[in-house]
Design a protein around this ligand. Structure first.
Ligand code: SF4
Ligand code: FE
Length: 482
């Protein structure tokens, strides 16, 4: 396993083609807007080095028998899945944001299942090829960025009927030595902190969409791949001299539009090509895994609850019964979320390949709650924090000899609490519920791993309605009791 320093060094060798705020970025690691997101991924390496977190952060590879980072692991039992949920909460708490490495972990697991299933049905040999890639990921301790979501153009049309054929990523050329692909993946989390990109199809496809049913891995800096960075609320605060106004001083996430302009992929890195019948199961299983991964938001919720309790104390309202009750409500919701991510893991089962997968119904129920509860937590945090969270002048004003003493005097809360500490805590709550980290805590909770309606569709499909009807019919004498 790499140390955080080795991780940083390993990325220095990569030459990403990336644009942000209208300019080409020459060096990702030193860019102040991108830096916090790299820190967050580096945390997944740092925590894996700590003996007290070994059980959660690492696993023993079923391929090599060696200890590896859990983010590169193929789950072998439901205990592995439970530890994955706990790892998500742990890291969410330590970073207070998206640490970006889960999408790749989930992609590795789903492709270990799907390549096996394709081989069984078609006599192909994708699975051994894929496991070779997994071995390399584990040996090198790479960050893999799973890439699923295409731009999709007109949502009412399948890939092959789009006015522009590139609105879904597809194979444009087949060569003796590999394939050439064109298209894009949108809302891509953390690619500029990744070594490899693992591409998967985005929806259920039919025969006419064969060229779009493609999965492959490629280095994140492969020629032809361009990234255009997504804006985040308050992102340019990171360019300011003073850091306090960012709330979370150390960590963050990033998203980008990832464009593949005729990118060549050698055959040994192609894991699906044209097997459209498997695109549906692939998406379904991937989303089940990735919905479980939202355990991260439970950890981020821990931070927000801690911040809310602290600001209540700084404001002198922590003993008010409604404040106490609101904080109980926040804890109740956050722990209810944790129940969901654990439950789907405990109910995990083996696929034909031997890889363990979460219970899909429970994972969907959990993620559906994630689209709601963090918003309630954010509302309660804002309620208790008070309006100062958004009317507070800047840190520059606080440091200024003219205005600083005035702010110290008039923004004083409870006696004995430093005004600056009160400001720091308010900024953290602002960042998490309105600013740069609100992407990670709120919008990502809503749309990441599928928007709420996607989970409702799955819940409707997965519940055993017939069985429930029989239970009712028996008890009122429509059906016999036994
Ligand atoms: Fe992982 Fe959560 Fe970020 Fe998704 S949002 S990549 S699950 S930390
Ligand atoms: Fe996500």
């Amino acid at each position: 396993m790499m140390t955080p320093q080795q991780y940083e060094e390993s990325l220095e060798k990569l030459n990403y083609c990336v644009y942000m705020l209208g300019k080409k970025i020459s060096h990702v690691a030193s860019n102040p807007i991108l830096r916090p997101s790299r820190n967050a991924v580096a945390k997944t390496y740092e925590m894996a080095q700590r003996p007290e977190h070994e059980e959660l952060m690492t696993a023993v590879s079923h391929l090599s028998g060696r200890r590896i980072n859990r983010f590169t692991h193929v789950f072998q039992n439901s205990r592995d899945l439970v530890l994955k949920s706990k790892m998500g909460r742990l890291l969410g708490g330590h970073t207070g944001c998206c640490f970006q490495r889960c999408v790749g972990m989930d992609a590795l697991n789903v492709m270990s299942i799907i390549t096996y299933d394709i081989d069984r049905a078609k006599g192909s040999s994708y699975n051994p090829r894929f496991l070779k890639f997994v071995s390399q990921v584990q040996e090198n301790d790479w960050v893999v960025d799973g890439a699923m979501t295409d731009p999709k153009g007109d949502r009412s049309l399948p890939p092959h009927q789009q006015a522009d054929p590139d609105l879904f990523l597809h194979v444009v050329q087949e060569r003796k030595d590999g394939i050439v692909v064109r298209g894009a993946k949108a809302h891509q989390t953390g690619p500029l902190n990744s070594h490899q990109i693992l591409v998967m199809p985005t929806l259920t496809m039919r025969e006419a969409d064969k060229a779009y049913a493609v999965s492959f891995a490629t280095p994140a800096d492969t020629p032809g791949i361009t990234y255009i960075l997504g804006r985040q609320s308050c992102d340019t605060r990171k360019l300011e001299e003073n850091a306090m106004d960012n709330g979370n001083l150390y960590y963050g996430g990033h998203e980008a539009l990832m464009i593949f302009d005729d990118v060549f992929v050698p055959w040994e890195r192609v894991f699906m090509k044209g097997e459209y019948e498997f695109s549906g199961p692939l998406v379904e299983k991937f989303t089940a895994y990735h919905r479980q991964s939202y355990a991260c938001k439970v950890g981020v919720g821990d931070v927000l609850i801690g911040a809310t309790q602290t600001i209540a104390e700084y404001n002198g309202v922590e003993k008010a019964s409604h404040v106490k009750d609101k904080i109980v409500e926040m804890n109740h919701l956050n722990e209810s979320l944790f129940c969901g991510t654990l439950a789907c893991a405990y109910e995990g089962r083996a696929e034909a390949s031997g890889t363990f997968i979460v219970d899909s119904l429970m994972a969907n129920v959990f993620k559906h709650n994630i689209t709601q509860y963090p918003y309630i937590l954010a509302r309660l945090a804002q309620d208790i924090a008070g309006g100062l969270m958004v009317t507070l002048p800047s840190e520059a004003d606080f440091r200024s000899p003219e205005t600083g003493p005035l702010m110290t005097k008039y923004y004083q809360g409870v006696k004995g609490v430093d005004t600056e500490h009160r400001m720091r805590m308010l900024r953290l709550i602002e960042a998490m519920t309105l600013g740069a980290q609100a992407v990670g805590y709120l919008t990502e909770s809503m749309h990441g791993a599928g928007s709420p309606q996607a989970q409702r569709i799955m819940i409707a499909r997965l519940v055993n309605m017939k069985a429930k009807q029989i239970l009712a019919k028996r008890l009122c004498g429509i059906e016999p009791l036994d």
